[in-house]
Design a protein around this ligand. Structure first.
Ligand SMILES: Cc1cc2nc3c(=O)[nH]c(=O)nc-3n(C[C@H](O)[C@H](O)[C@H](O)COP(=O)(O)OP(=O)(O)OC[C@H]3O[C@@H](n4cnc5c(N)ncnc54)[C@H](O)[C@@H]3O)c2cc1C
Length: 480
């Protein structure tokens, strides 16, 4: 059955930002319909449900959502506590999605495959502005359905489009053929996926916090399964900044992760490959043969599994028929991109922004949340909540409120807008290739709870980076 109702605002994705968008639209007297590919809200977050986030509860919730929840007698969690992504889904997103106000506005098992305008391809101009949007989605039983809407808010995140292994942004030879042995993101190697990684040789690729987390978890696994072997390949030459003192000074808990990784390298058992650029992968009778350039030398070695924690990119394919206004480099809205471009900002200093920065060429079409940041990984949930508050006000005709930016972000470090060495052509620091063993802790700790408040900064501290893919140094706090 196709939905012909057009006076609705379609929201793609029931993550924290999609749910907040629905709550703000309801507050404005508008009718949201959320299309969520999973069976519950927070479907993507559950994939990294075991990971503690880097901001405490007080920076995770949206005001409009909290108001809906409080009507049900919901109690705010301990504000300074750093929850796991799983706790956020269980204690906040699912209760919000099942409130009377939101429950009927969400369609689950609805994966959006494309968005267009009724009867018009991207190249049709006449009457375009008045034509409703058509949102094509599929159900797991194979049905293809279409929802019509007057406006679309794409809050589908970037989790399902991770960056591939190649440092040129493309899959390397053998990557697709061997996908059964490759995980993207942050597998739960100490929990549900323990049996898969126990006693195995695993290559972790990536230089951000996600990669550190997986590496330390694998080293913790090694304590109970000593035949577990860990290779850590930093795709860029960022070892000094990743493990050095600089980042550790800014954020104690983030520093703890860096120090634990440093200790792991010093103590052995962890083989650090830096800089490491995989050239090809082949399945052998005993594992995966890896051919790589490590520190300017071509090397071969064998592993059983690969974990790729090298950032994400937005799925723009589903928006092919929409007239977007997207920056070529960051793949974020053109007005927002310069504020978060990893080639310029060390940490993604972001001015408060709303509807004006998020407007595309097709009227009343918006990309918000993690996906709005394109390939820049410094997104904060609070930023997304302000985006959707502003858009909901605009759609309701309250243009003043839409532009009265209310964003307040936690400051967790000093951000620099100096171009990084890679951007200026300056030579990065000395290259390192180390083999050592591990005895350090496997902590999943994060940003300290005593964050001060100011606007215009992300949760990344000084010397932190944006995106491995963009030649980043160390990725920190919420930088994934
Ligand atoms: C490891 C990690 C740690 C982080 N730590 C922090 C932190 O400490 N603080 C912070 O503020 N932020 C943090 N972030 C960043 C960010 O806030 C989160 O990623 C957050 O989940 C983004 O919310 P979102 O709603 O934009 O996207 P998502 O949470 O990814 O939600 C998108 C939703 O859309 C659904 N979806 C996807 N594609 C489709 C489709 N085609 N059709 C229908 N539905 C679809 C998904 O199933 C999902 O439910 C972290 C991110 C990661 C990965």
């Amino acid at each position: 059955m196709n939905t012909m109702q057009t006076d609705v605002v379609a929201i793609i994705g029931a993550g924290p930002v999609g749910i907040a968008a629905a709550a703000h639209l309801l507050n404005q007297g508008l009718q949201p319909i959320v299309l969520e590919k999973g069976q519950r809200a927070g479907h993507a977050m559950l994939e990294w449900g075991h990971v503690k986030v880097f901001t405490p509860w007080k920076y995770i919730t949206d005001k409009a959502v909290v108001s809906l929840l409080e009507e049900t007698g919901w109690k705010y969690p301990e504000k300074e506590y750093l929850p796991t992504a799983g706790e956020i889904v269980k204690e906040y997103l699912v209760p919000a999605a099942t409130t009377t106000s939101l429950n009927d506005s969400i369609i689950y098992d609805a994966e959006v495959v494309s968005v267009s305008k009724l009867g018009m391809s991207k190249s049709s101009t006449h009457g375009r502005e008045d034509a409703p949007y058509t949102i094509h989605y599929k159900k797991s039983d194979g049905r293809h359905l279409v929802l019509q809407a007057t406006a679309v808010i794409d809050a589908s995140g970037t989790w399902y489009t991770p960056n591939p292994i190649g440092t040129d942004g493309l899959p390397v030879a053998g990557e697709e053929e061997n996908k059964d042995y490759i995980s993207y993101g942050i597998p739960d190697v100490l929990g549900v996926e323990k049996e898969t990684y126990k006693g195995m040789r695993t290559l972790v690729l990536g230089g951000g916090h996600s990669a550190i987390n997986v590496t330390l978890d694998l080293l913790a696994l090694r304590k109970t399964s000593p035949d577990t072997t860990v290779y850590w390949g930093l795709r860029r030459n960022n070892i000094e900044r990743l493990l050095g003192g600089g980042i550790n000074d800014e954020l104690p808990a983030r520093g703890a992760l860096g120090l634990a990784a440093q200790q792991a390298v010093r103590d052995g058992a962890l083989e650090l490959l830096s800089p490491c650029s995989v050239i090809q992968i082949q399945k052998t009778g005993t594992g995966l043969w890896i051919n790589a350039n490590v520190d300017n030398q071509i090397v071969d070695f064998e592993v059983d599994r690969i974990v790729v924690a090298a950032g994400f990119r937005p799925n723009l394919h589903m928006l092919r028929e929409i007239r977007l206004d997207i920056d070529d480099v960051v793949e974020a809205p053109t007005a927002l991109a310069p504020l978060i471009d990893p080639n310029v900002h060390s940490c993604g200093t972001v001015s408060p922004h709303g509807v004006d920065e998020l407007t595309h060429k097709d009227k009343n079409f918006f990309v918000v949340g993690m996906k709005a940041y394109g390939r820049a990984p410094t997104f904060l949930m609070l930023t997304g909540y302000e985006q959707v508050r502003s858009i909901a006000a605009e759609l309701a005709g309250d243009h003043r409120a839409a532009r009265n930016i209310e964003l307040i972000l936690p400051a967790t470090g000093v951000c620099s807008s100096e171009p990084r060495p890679e951007a200026t052509g300056e030579q990065p620091g000395q290259k390192v290739a180390v083999a050592a063993s591990y005895s350090g802790p496997a902590e999943n700790e994060s940003v300290p709870a005593d964050l001060t408040l100011s606007s215009g900064v992300s949760c990344c501290g000084s010397g932190s980076s944006m995106d491995e893919e963009a030649g980043a140094t160390s990725s920190t706090s919420c930088c994934v």
